[in-house]
Write a protein that binds this ligand. Sequence first.
Ligand SMILES: Cc1cc2nc3c(=O)[nH]c(=O)nc-3n(C[C@H](O)[C@H](O)[C@H](O)COP(=O)(O)O)c2cc1C
Length: 201
Amino acid sequence: MSNVLVIQSSILGAYSQSTKLLDTFSVEWKQKHPADNIVVRDLAADPLPVLDGEIIAALGGNGELNERQKAAAELSLKLIDEIKAADYVVVAVPMYNFGIPVQLKTWFDMICRAGITFSYSETGPQGHLTGKKVLVVTTTGGAHRNTATDLALAHAQAVLSFIGLKDITVAYAEALNMGPESQERGLSEASNVIKAFIAAQ
Ligand SMILES: Cc1cc2nc3c(=O)[nH]c(=O)nc-3n(C[C@H](O)[C@H](O)[C@H](O)COP(=O)(O)O)c2cc1C
């Protein structure tokens, strides 16, 4: 039996393309692996605190912590434990204004912890969350793939790799707002990658 962690980050609720693709992933994964445990974290429905001076001090373990700091430090460890428990991590990366959703950034800010999820050595940074497979589902309204503006995916891949989540498959749903045919092509390409990912596990 495997544990699967699914991270939703769209703000578009029922209209979200990445959430629909993630839902399809979960349904099809369950069909193949009925005994597996899927944990879904919806970062828009259940927002995390924004990193600020108090919270970074709490995550650094500096001094006596107030109630807000204690809660943030506990939440950070809980989020990291969720990843540690997972064999597979599925992350939605919608592009908003050329970047990732702020909701996804708050998750990254809570799980990037020096000494816990990464450390620096003489040979450079070492990510600690190793041995997991990652599926990134990225959705964009325009066409950015392999161009200088493919920034949301680049950001997500950089952070995930940094903390050790290097085995990444990308399901790319691009050009979703460039007409119905383009949307259909983008969604179908991403769906095929998701199906192939599931078939390979
Ligand atoms: C606030 C906002 C900003 C967006 N900015 C961009 C952008 O910079 N480039 C782009 O190609 N698409 C952009 N889009 C389109 C989204 O990438 C597209 O709607 C995609 O489906 C979003 O994923 P989601 O449906 O899972 O939320 C934007 C959409 C929203 C709502």
